[in-house]
Write a protein that binds this ligand. Structure first.
Ligand SMILES: Cc1ncc(COP(=O)(O)O)c(C=O)c1O
Length: 258
């Protein structure tokens, strides 16, 4: 039997919730009474427990989320971590909003996910596209060549956004790209939505922080909760403000820690 619960504060809080007699004084949709209407519907929705007045007290007295995010930050070697249940889409938006002012340029992989593209539009940032090398026999994009990044860096972007691994599992020469961007004091941010397992086994590629990147968005579903993780060394220091402004105020998936 796994002892995961002992080291997973949110899981422990969730399971503990059902172990106690309780009367939920919470928002109406979370009264856990739906099974009285319909057993099937109840089976789907009555297990949905909010953080406020559910996994934690209304004022987050137990700091359950903060403890869980701290563990995630430690695991990934980040300064801090934020969880989102709004997908890597939300995490990408939150991070991209923090990068600069409208009109600033950002170097972006041409193979980025649409959440990156829409976030650039919403934030008013201007992309400098970096095209991947293509394997002509198969048409598979192989990775962003250093020459593409060098070209983009000449336009003085406020950040470099890489999507790694790519959709077909390919990875660029990341140490080379990160080092080139850092020489120009430009932060490197990874959308690693498909690389949640990276760095956790010697036969897997290293994750972004192990390679020296500045921020990492990863996903545990393509996975249910997506941590947004930062090791913030350079220019962008406003990230903690943004996640909560972009999503529901009733789950507080991004915490108040830090
Ligand atoms: C590389 C990449 N980034 C971000 C996302 C957005 O993830 P979500 O759909 O969980 O918001 C996806 C989704 O497939 C993705 O492939």
């Amino acid at each position: 039997m796994s002892n995961l619960r002992e080291s997973a504060p949110l899981l422990d809080a969730y399971l503990s919730y059902f172990e106690k007699a309780r009367t939920p004084f919470t928002i109406p949709g979370h009264k856990q009474k739906t099974s009285a209407l319909d057993a099937g519907l109840g089976a789907v929705v009555d297990g949905d427990i909010p953080l406020y007045g559910g996994l934690d007290e209304i004022k987050l007295t137990n700091q359950t989320l903060k403890a869980a995010e701290k563990l995630a930050a430690t695991l990934w070697g980040a300064d801090y971590a934020r969880f989102s249940t709004g997908g890597s889409t939300h995490a990408n938006q939150a991070l991209i909003f923090a990068l600069g002012q409208p009109g600033d340029k950002v170097a972006v992989s041409r193979t980025a996910h649409r959440s990156v593209l829409s976030a650039l539009v919403l934030a008013g940032l201007e992309p400098i596209w970096m095209n991947p090398e293509i394997d002509h026999a198969t048409g598979v994009p192989l990775g962003i060549p250093a020459s593409e990044l060098e070209r983009a860096l000449q336009e003085k972007p406020v950040a470099v956004l890489l999507t790694e691994p790519g959709y077909l599992g390919t990875i660029s020469d990341l140490p080379k790209l990160i080092s080139a961007a850092h020489q120009q004091k430009t932060p490197v941010i990874f959308d690693a939505a498909w690389g949640g397992h990276f760095g956790f086994h010697p036969r897997l590629p290293r994750h972004a922080f192990q390679l020296g990147a500045d921020a990492l968005i990863t996903s545990t579903h393509l996975n249910p909760n997506q941590p947004i993780l930062h090791r913030w060394k350079r220019k962008v220091d406003s990230i903690p403000k943004h996640p909560r402004s972009l999503q529901t105020s009733n789950h507080q998936d991004f915490g108040t820690s830090n």
